[in-house]
Design a protein around this ligand. Sequence first.
Ligand code: INI
Length: 160
Amino acid sequence: MSAERPRRRHADGSGLRIAIVCSRFNQEITDSLLAAARHRLVELGVSEDDIATELVPGAFELPLVAQRFARSGAFDAVIALGAVIRGETGHYELVAQAAASGIARVALDTGVPVIFGVLATDTIEQARARSGGLLGNHGEDAAVAALEMVASVRNLDREI
Ligand code: INI
């Protein structure tokens, strides 16, 4: 492990295989997250052919498909994308919580980086701002995080 503390690890996607699971609920938002994630992965060197994408009905369903992707051994990282918006439901908290803890569990159970690219906002406007609006695109951030985590895990496996 290096004593230096670089601000950001170099994200290089060449040769990596990445799976994306994306929910359709709040599709206006999740379509933008998905497009941005795919675009950024390709910009960072991942081949289009090495990106697998699966859609699920809602954020609650993300962990199961993420688990299948992670367990397959065919992918270096999994990205889970979704949008949970408080205004639209009373069970917002349950859906957001289940998605977050399920996704974290898949990463810890499998050792494969699984990225939490799920927006949890109070309003649709806040979600729009974070999916290609004034506050950037969380899908793009998720793509960068996936490549950084692959590099980190590989580095640690070599050094520890
Ligand atoms: N799923 C979401 O992805 N976002 C939401 O905001 C949401 N709301 O508001 O209810 C939501 N619900 C559906 C849920 O994820 C499951 O698909 C459904 O309960 C079936 O299991």
